[in-house]
Design a protein around this ligand. Structure first.
Ligand SMILES: *[C@@H]1O[C@H](CO)[C@@H](O)[C@H](O)[C@H]1NC(C)=O
Ligand SMILES: *[C@@H]1O[C@H](CO)[C@@H](O)[C@H](O)[C@H]1NC(C)=O
Ligand SMILES: *[C@@H]1O[C@H](CO)[C@@H](O)[C@H](O)[C@H]1NC(C)=O
Length: 463
């Protein structure tokens, strides 16, 4: 009975409001979207690379700086993110500074503290408050569109990275939106059950938002760069404090057209990554009969502490630590996840694809050579320095390689809670596909196929 009731509700929703099932950004029908001012000849590895975070990685900590700063890498700053459903922000908190109450209308936020400590919180749509104290290496997920904040209560600066499952998550500052945009005093007084003088006092305290958010962020970046001096050989993240927030950029006409066509012809095909959810979060079924206790701790993941522990011995071979829905159940329905990638000198993350999300890799330490092949067979490669970012479009074959003499460490954000992994060598040569099929596919002979097969350990049965 219940099932058929929900089926009817679902069908009614699907028929009446197909756009409501979009997880985040509309999906694209190409590997990437070329901006209108560029031609295919302009698209090289550099197009997929963002270097705007380098100043923060090279900042002189003795210089004066704002109490709270955000550096963002969304579609507005990094056009290659268009259609890739993923973006980053870097948040830098001086002691006793706050990132004020705000929401992101188009994405959940997965915040990872990489230096210092932060107190965070959000309020769900039922009005329940969740708070948590985070230490270095901890991450916390803020569900899409809900009011949240971060606070550095300590005496040491703190730095965090946030990944979003949208190329343009958007930002609604609650104080500025409510008290800084000219909403009628009486409306606000009645809304807040207070008097007009109190509303006017609150309004006077809040500067109206800048007319053009993008120009403002450019000015902030240039101010930031003026504060910056290049500190060479900075190998570890320091106690930065800069921030940038996401501004929303209008979708270009191409993606709007593609979106409209998709919406008309095949509504279910337009789901960008994960299906959207109709609740703030989805609590999994009890494990071994023990229900999940949904407190601030439920939204927190401690599994990256080892990756951010600088006294831990370095990995001897390429290592990945994942924070996807399998390791961190609170990501269920939030369309965002992380992986921490550790590369000793000479190591490679072999050719693979992620079927359900683009990957936005941010190199935190060392140097990496990266590359991918698009579906037209074109190869794109790039050499990355610390602070650089590279986007690998969804489902394309890609790899990373540490050709340097020191270790490299990267953080990858995905616009899915379960991006999936297809290892190309293992999938092709390690799963028992018939030798003749492979020999014909690779235009080679059966002995060569058997040699390749012998070298690749079959994947574990449960994977
Ligand atoms: C794009 O490529 C064309 C042809 O090589 C070149 O003339 C033009 O300057 C390039 N545009 C940009 C923005 O790099
Ligand atoms: C950092 O700034 C301080 C104060 O201005 C200055 O004395 C110092 O030389 C700078 N350090 C570097 C590495 O530029
Ligand atoms: C940064 O410095 C340059 C050159 O010193 C100056 O022209 C520019 O106005 C400064 N920008 C800001 C935002 O202070």
């Amino acid at each position: 009975m219940a099932l058929s009731y929900y089926s009817v509700v679902f069908m009614a929703l699907a028929l009446s409001a197909p756009l409501a099932v979009l997880a985040g950004d509309p999906d694209i029908l190409t590997d990437f979207i070329i901006p209108q001012n560029l031609g295919a000849e302009n698209i090289t590895g550099a197009f997929f690379t963002y270097t705007g975070f380098r100043p923060m990685f090279n900042m002189n900590m003795s210089m004066p700086m704002p109490s709270f700063m955000v550096a963002k890498a969304s579609m507005a700053e990094f056009p290659a993110l268009n259609g890739q459903s993923v973006s980053y922000a870097m948040l830098m908190f001086q002691p006793d500074s706050v990132n004020p109450t705000h929401t992101h209308p188009r994405s959940a936020e997965l915040l990872l503290v990489v230096d210092g400590a932060l107190s965070v919180g959000f309020v769900d749509t039922a009005g329940k408050l969740y708070t948590q104290d985070l230490d270095t290496g901890d991450m916390f997920v803020f569900p899409k569109g809900i009011v949240h904040w971060q606070y550095n209560k300590g005496t040491k600066a703190a730095t965090a990275f946030s990944a979003f499952g949208s190329a343009s998550a958007g930002l609604v500052s609650v104080p500025v939106t409510v008290f800084g945009t000219g909403i009628d005093d009486t409306v606000l007084a009645k809304s807040f059950k207070t008097d007009v003088p109190t509303v006017q006092k609150l309004k006077a305290a809040l500067t109206p938002p800048p007319k053009k958010a993008h120009d403002a962020s450019t000015a902030e970046t240039s101010k930031l760069q003026n504060l910056t001096t290049i500190k060479s050989h900075l190998t570890t993240l320091q106690s930065f404090s800069v921030i940038v927030f996401l501004t929303m950029a209008a979708l270009n006409s191409l993606s709007i057209l593609a979106f409209a066509l998709l919406a008309l012809s095949a509504p279910l095909a337009v789901v960008a990554g994960d299906p959207d959810i109709l609740t703030d979060f989805v609590v999994p079924e009890p494990v071994l009969g023990i229900p999940f206790n949904v407190t601030g701790d439920y939204f927190t993941f401690h599994g990256f502490r080892g990756s951010f522990n600088r006294s831990a011995p370095p990995h001897e071979s390429f290592n990945v630590t994942k924070a996807s829905v399998a390791e961190f159940p609170a990501l269920n329905g939030q369309s965002v996840s992380y992986a921490a990638l550790s590369f000793p000198p000479g190591s490679v993350n072999p050719t693979h694809t992620h079927p359900r999300a683009s990957e936005l890799l941010l190199l935190l330490r060392g140097a990496l050579a990266v590359g991918f092949v698009d579906t037209a067979g074109k190869l794109y490669t790039q050499d990355l320095a610390a602070g650089d970012m590279f986007v690998f479009p969804k489902g394309t074959v890609h790899w990373q390689c540490n050709q340097g003499s020191g270790p490299a460490f990267a953080l990858s954000g995905f616009g899915s809670a379960a991006a999936g992994l297809v290892s190309v060598p293992v999938t092709v040569f390690g799963t028992g596909i018939d030798d003749t099929v492979l020999a014909k596919s690779f235009k080679t002979d059966v002995p060569t196929v058997q040699k390749l097969k012998a070298a690749l350990t079959p994947p574990p049965k449960t994977a």
